[in-house]
Design a protein around this ligand. Structure first.
Ligand SMILES: [Ca+2]
Ligand SMILES: [Ca+2]
Length: 309
């Protein structure tokens, strides 16, 4: 009852007209605001075999022992944080000898670090330090990223790093110290789920716009069959507003969609399509009011087939 009264009140006062202009997704126009994490570590989950290091400067190399011979790396299926395998490092020549992987660091860019370490059974707790090194092997990050690794559980090293300047040929490496007295240790250890990411402009697929007639450059289809899958734009519930192609204002092209005679704040243009769970959707639409109408907050909603937002 309360809802009905509220709705009728809205009907009588909501006469504002909205011009809705929806664009096809244009990567160049939205890339400044839409980003996605880009992974810099290759085979960070150790689910692929290690590449043989015939050419130590092969840019496709994934993991190599430091200096190509100071430790032995092997894919292990005895232990994993995720997936079926992890990286086991053995036969280390010193506390500074372990797995490495190279990539270029770009100055001013924030790198987000996450990786998991674990020790073999019956190994004393060990401080494991992740280092970013320049191409000469100088440590750029001191002890900023470390965790006390244990034989009883996987533990995470996490943080962010923003290099001051570009570092070509940078690589990550590991140092280990006994946790009891911080003396140098060359203990074996496992690694899994090594990730170093930066946020980069998303590359949006061109031509994959799910919206039909997004720029309102085509006529609206008549709604003879309300369940016609070829329908483009319809008023909500097929009659709660009036939609017309409008040629006196357009964000791009020569026309836009004008919505008038709205029965309420919830009544406007709709378009149906299938949403796929787990898929990321990029949304972009342009709106404006009639010149003499006050500014309005316009909210775009994705609804299920029952209309639930
Ligand atoms: Ca794994
Ligand atoms: Ca248009």
């Amino acid at each position: 009852m309360i809802l009905a009264r509220k709705a009728s009140l809205v009907v009588s006062t909501s006469l504002a007209t909205v011009l809705l202009i929806v664009l096809a997704l244009l990567p160049l126009s939205v890339s400044a605001v839409i980003t996605e994490p880009v992974e810099h570590i290759r085979n960070g989950g150790f689910e692929e075999p290690l590449k043989v290091t015939e050419d130590p400067f092969d840019p496709e190399l994934t993991w190599t022992p430091r200096n190509f011979g100071w430790a032995t790396l092997s894919i292990s299926t005895d232990m994993s944080h995720a997936g079926a395998s992890s990286l086991m490092t053995t036969a280390r020549l010193g506390f500074w000898a372990g797995p490495t992987q190279a990539f270029d660091l770009v100055g001013g860019k924030e790198y987000t670090v996450s990786l998991w370490v674990r020790l073999p059974a019956a190994t004393a707790d060990t401080l494991v330090v992740l280092c970013f090194n320049d191409a000469l092997g100088n440590n750029l990050t001191a002890w900023d990223y470390s965790v006390v690794a244990s034989a009883s559980e996987w533990r995470q090293i996490t943080g962010t790093y923003t290099p001051a300047a570009d570092v070509t040929g940078a690589f990550i490496s590991f140092l280990t110290y006994l946790n009891s007295d911080y003396s140098a240790s060359a203990t074996d250890f496992y690694l899994d789920d090594v990730s170093i990411t930066t946020e980069e402009p998303a590359v949006l697929p061109v031509g994959d716009n799910m919206i039909r007639n997004p720029g309102f450059e085509e006529p609206l289809k008549e709604t003879e069959d309300p369940f016609d899958p070829e329908l483009t734009w319809t008023p909500r519930s097929f009659s709660w507003a009036t939609l017309t192609i409008f040629t006196e204002a357009a964000h791009t092209g020569t026309s836009s969609l004008r919505t008038t005679d709205r029965l309420g704040f919830w009544a406007g243009p709709t378009q149906g399509f299938d949403l796929v769970a787990g898929t990321r959707y990029y949304v972009s639409a342009w709106v404006r009011m009639e010149p003499l109408d006050p500014a309005n907050l316009i909210v775009l909603c994705l609804n299920d087939s029952l209309g639930t937002t």
